[in-house]
Design a protein around this ligand. Structure first.
Ligand code: ZN
Length: 274
């Protein structure tokens, strides 16, 4: 083949190739998708002040669900069942953190009477009792894992955690060994408590891990600021939010072994603005 012919054929083939790519792109809707992503990112996110003025969504925080132990952090099986039933009967709809984020940052609408249900400390009963009870009502929960507990007695196995994620629940991080975020001194601590456990949890669940719950609910501005590099939102307990970082200090309420009526009252008292 002469050099002229080679040049001619290579020009023809490159024209054919580029037109093929164009038609594949149009057929698959890639073009339309990228346009819609563009228009979405144009929306200005709410600033901290705007986020703080939005009505807060009730977020419940459960720890142990057991008939064999007592304490502020334990609810009985019957109480847990009663809580879910009254929430469902009262018309509450569970939401997941992505929905809360879009509501706070982009004013997206939420279902009627939204609430979030979260679980800390990776207890085995979160999978064997809580998830099963929630399935009766179509509720989805958020499970914050301290990763040192993988496969330990009374705690969830990695398979159970993966199963929760597969069933539409959200898996978040609750540190490696429950050391409070205000105690991380250097980059080694951050690696150990946040970076490595987050990466491992993402492998286990095959999903991004975008949310964090503070061990003991304790945070300060420095910790919140560092966590904002790794998580879309971080959850505390019922302490005041950080005025500059409200997304990294989202309030939750610890649920006690109380009646369903009492739970609804506490939710209103904790989250309704006067
Ligand atoms: Zn905890």
């Amino acid at each position: 083949m002469s050099i002229k012919k080679i040049i001619f054929y290579s020009i023809i083939s490159s024209i054919v190739l580029s037109s093929c790519q164009k038609s594949v792109q149009q057929k698959s809707g890639i073009k339309e998708e990228s346009t819609s992503i563009k228009s979405e990112t144009k929306q200005t996110p709410n600033n901290s002040e705007q986020i703080l003025t939005k009505p807060e969504i009730p977020i419940l925080c459960y720890h142990r669900i057991s008939d064999n132990s007592k304490g502020d952090y334990t609810v009985s099986l019957a109480t847990f069942a009663e809580h879910l039933k009254i929430l469902s009967d009262s018309g509450y709809h569970s939401i997941v953190p992505d929905q809360l984020y879009d509501y706070l940052v982009y004013n997206k609408t939420l279902p009627q009477k939204p609430f979030m249900i979260t679980f800390d400390d990776s207890r085995e009963e979160h999978s064997t009792i809580a998830a099963k009870e929630m399935a009766k009502y179509g509720f989805k929960g958020v499970f914050f894992i301290m990763t040192i507990t993988y496969n330990k007695k009374n705690y969830m196995t990695t398979e159970q955690i993966a199963e929760l994620a597969k069933n539409g629940h959200i898996v978040g991080l609750h540190s490696w060994d429950h050391t409070m975020a205000t105690k991380y001194k250097d980059s080694l601590d951050w690696q150990k408590q946040v970076v490595l456990p987050k990466a491992k949890l993402q492998v286990i669940t095959s999903k991004p891990v975008d949310y964090w719950a503070y061990p003991n609910g304790v945070f300060n501005h420095e910790a919140a600021s560092e966590l904002s590099k790794y998580f879309k939102m971080s959850f505390s307990l019922s302490t005041k939010r950080d005025s500059l970082l409200p997304l990294q200090s989202v309030r939750r309420m610890i649920t006690t072994d109380c009646s369903g009526e009492r739970l609804l009252k506490s939710m209103r008292r904790t989250f309704d603005k006067n």
